[in-house]
Design a protein around this ligand. Structure first.
Ligand SMILES: Cc1ncc(C[n+]2csc(CCOP(=O)(O)OP(=O)(O)O)c2C)c(N)n1
Ligand code: SF4
Length: 249
C-alpha cells in the first residue's frame, strides 16, 4: 500500500540547531514559500549530510537523507520520475560544494528542473568547523588554525555567480539572514526559485549566508555581524540570473 504523503508543518519539537544558527530561519522561509505557492502537500526534500540534515527536527516533511554531497543527483532522479512533485534540495556549503561539487555542477549544467538551497556558513559546521571552499582568506578553522592560506588551499568560491555565468539555468541568487530586510529578500529569492521550477524553467539555486556561532567562537549577535562585515563583501547579495520574462515580476 502506498504510504501517505506528509504535509510539511513547522513542529513544536525543539530544533537541534545551536542558538543563533541560521539554518532554522531558512527552513522556516522555505516552508512559508511552499505554503504560499500551494505546494505543502507536494514537496520532497533531498537533504545533505551536515547540519542541513537536521531539517527534520523542526519541519515534519517528506525528506530523504542523501549520500554526502549527492542531493542534486537524488533530486534529479526524483524530479525525472515524478515531474509533478516539487523538489527542494537542502545542503550545506561543504556538502554541496567541497564534497558534492560534481553532482551539484552537473545538475546545474543539465538545467535540471529542481531547486537547490545551499547554506553558506563558511565552514563544515556539523563536524567541528573545518575549512571549506567558502572559508575566507585568513579564516581560522580547525583545519587552518593559523588562518586560511589561499596560496595553498585555493580561493573562496562563488557558486551562484559561476553557474549564472556559465550555464543555461533558470534562477540564481544569494541572500542572508542578518536582518528582517535581508530575511524578506531571501524569502523572495527562495520563492522565485521554486516558482521557476513550477514553471518548468529549469535549475534554480539560492545560497543563504548564515552564521555558525558555535564554530566561529562568537555569540549569536557577533556571528550575525561577521556575516555582514566579512562574508557579504566577498559574497554579494542579489539575483544573478532570472528569465527575462520574470524580471520585475
Ligand atoms: C562520506 C563522508 N565524509 C565525511 C563525513 C563527515 N561529515 C559530516 S557533515 C560534514 C560537513 C558538513 O558541512 P556543511 O555541508 O558545510 O554543512 P553544515 O554542517 O555547516 O551545515 C562532514 C565532512 C561524512 N559523514 N560522510
Ligand atoms: S554547528 Fe553551526 S551550522 Fe551546525 S547547528 Fe551549530 S551553529 Fe548551526
Amino acid at each position: 500500500m502506498a504510504k501517505e504523503r506528509i504535509v510539511p508543518v513547522m513542529s513544536d519539537n525543539p530544533m537541534s540547531f545551536c542558538p543563533g544558527c541560521g539554518h532554522g530561519i531558512v527552513i522556516r522561509l522555505i516552508t512559508e514559500c511552499l505554503e504560499e505557492l500551494n505546494q505543502l502537500d507536494n514537496i520532497i526534500f533531498p537533504i545533505g549530510v551536515g547540519c542541513s540534515s537536521l531539517l527534520g527536527g523542526g519541519l515534519v516533511a517528506d525528506r530523504i537523507h542523501c549520500p554526502h554531497g549527492r542531493a542534486a543527483s537524488v533530486a534529479t532522479g526524483m524530479k525525472r520520475v515524478t515531474p509533478e512533485t516539487t523538489i527542494v534540495a537542502y545542503q550545506g556549503d561543504g556538502d554541496a560544494y567541497n564534497i558534492g561539487i560534481s553532482e551539484t555542477l552537473n545538475a546545474a549544467y543539465r538545467n535540471e528542473n529542481i531547486t537547490v538551497v545551499t547554506i553558506n556558513n563558511s565552514n563544515f559546521g556539523m563536524t567541528g568547523g573545518q575549512m571549506s571552499w567558502t572559508s575566507m582568506p585568513k579564516q581560522k578553522t580547525t583545519t587552518s588554525p593559523k588562518g586560511r592560506d589561499c596560496e595553498l588551499t585555493g580561493q573562496p568560491f562563488r557558486f551562484p555567480e559561476m553557474v549564472a555565468d556559465q550555464f543555461n539555468i533558470a534562477y540564481s541568487a544569494r541572500g542572508s539572514v542578518t536582518s528582517p530586510k535581508n530575511v524578506n529578500k531571501l524569502k523572495r529569492y527562495i520563492k522565485n526559485g521554486i516558482q521557476a521550477q513550477l514553471n518548468g524553467e529549469g535549475y534554480s539555486v539560492i545560497e543563504a549566508l548564515s552564521p555558525c556561532p558555535t564554530n566561529w567562537g562568537l555569540n549569536a549577535l557577533k556571528a550575525m555581524e561577521r556575516v555582514e562585515e566579512e562574508l557579504v563583501p566577498f559574497y554579494p547579495l542579489g539575483v544573478f540570473k532570472e528569465r527575462e520574462e520574470n524580471k520585475n515580476a
